[in-house]
Design a protein around this ligand. Structure first.
Ligand SMILES: [Zn+2]
Length: 348
């Protein structure tokens, strides 16, 4: 038997004793989780904003050690340290080969099949396609494992936003949102793409301090009524690259208003209640809309190399590191905005 986190209802997740997972398909692997994370998007079902079936397992961000492999697994061996992206993918279909693993023809998501990542063990479907083997230098300690755990989702998603926004093409980059994804978008723009100027917009002083550490040249308060004016001033009339990392209508339309004509707005926050995006401005300014659900799997190797080279340390977004046994407290802390992001250690 093992421990796994189970959803029971609004603001009710519990760590429970459940049967150990076992190999089901020849392409499966069993992974012992060494670190798991709670995602900002987990708060949507936690708060009851999106529906979820009671009894479902939770968690889509985890890293661990391969314990067992099915007979058809070719690229992994027991003992390998691995990073699991938030989407399961076969690695072989036309979409996977194009680097769009989130649209994999055989793809699924964690938690759907009594198989969540906030647990001691996980059965990983299509292990060869889904899992990335961790670089030697990332297995070392708490901090490198924290860096690795961001590559499952938030760092990959922030990087997707900055990359598709053209952060490396010159000109200032604006990142709207100071959650973990927004902070990671700042880090990607400043330290991976080496944008000449990065402007972060948020409303939490502690988080904006991390944005500055991650390379933001300016940090603006999104609650200040002068923010748009200030953004236009700092960017000489609008930025060519904007990353929207919140997902509500207000920030979406701020992104559009702060974009320079011909610029690119990427949105990597799951949209919730964006009913009237300002299509007229998108039209008049010839804006490009990009971003979307990040194919995290496609970015893991690049980002791992940047971590090992010391170029980025995205694990800094975890301001709370607790044992898996305290997972319910971790959800409450993120829900009440007492923690930006929580890292869970099943071995602690
Ligand atoms: Zn595929």
């Amino acid at each position: 038997m093992m421990k796994a986190t189970v959803y029971h209802g609004t603001r009710d997740v519990r760590l429970e004793t459940v049967p150990d997972p076992s190999l089901r398909e020849a392409t499966d692997a069993i992974v012992r989780v060494t670190r798991a994370a709670i995602c900002g998007s987990d708060l949507w079902f936690y708060r009851g904003v999106v529906e979820r079936e009671p009894g479902e397992r939770t968690g889509h961000e985890f890293v661990g050690i391969v314990e067992e492999i099915g007979s058809a697994v070719r690229t992994l061996r027991p003992g390998d340290a691995v990073i699991a992206p938030f989407a399961i993918s076969d690695g072989t279909c036309a979409y996977c080969r194009r680097g769009l693993q989130t649209s994999c023809e055989h793809g699924t998501f964690w938690g759907d099949d009594a198989n969540g990542g906030q647990a001691e063990f996980v059965r990983v479907p299509f292990a060869d396609g889904t899992l990335a083997v961790m670089h030697e230098g990332m297995r070392e300690n708490d901090d490198t494992l924290a860096d690795a755990a961001t590559l499952c989702d938030v760092m990959a998603t922030g990087h997707h936003g900055a990359t598709t926004a053209g952060a490396g093409n010159g000109g200032p980059v604006v990142v709207i949102g100071d959650g973990a994804v927004g902070l990671c978008a700042v880090l990607s723009a400043a330290r991976v793409h080496r944008a000449e100027r990065v402007i972060a917009v948020g409303h939490n002083a502690e988080r904006l301090k991390i944005a500055a550490e991650f390379g933001a040249d300016d940090c603006l308060d999104s609650h200040d009524p002068q923010t748009l004016e200030r953004l236009l001033e700092l960017t000489g009339g609008g930025a060519p690259s904007i990353v929207e990392a919140v997902g509500n209508e207000e920030s979406f339309n701020l992104a559009i208003a702060a974009a320079a004509p011909g610029g690119t707005v990427t949105y990597v926050g799951v949209p919730h209640n964006v009913k009237t995006p300002d299509l007229r401005s998108i039209f008049l300014k010839n804006l490009n809309l990009r971003g979307g659900l990040a194919p995290a799997r496609a970015y893991i190797e690049t980002l791992m190399a940047a971590c090992v080279a010391g170029q980025i340390h995205p694990g800094r977004v975890f301001d709370s590191r607790i044992p898996l046994a305290r997972v319910a407290e971790g959800y409450a802390a993120m829900d009440e905005r007492r923690a930006i992001k929580v890292l869970l250690n099943p071995g602690a």
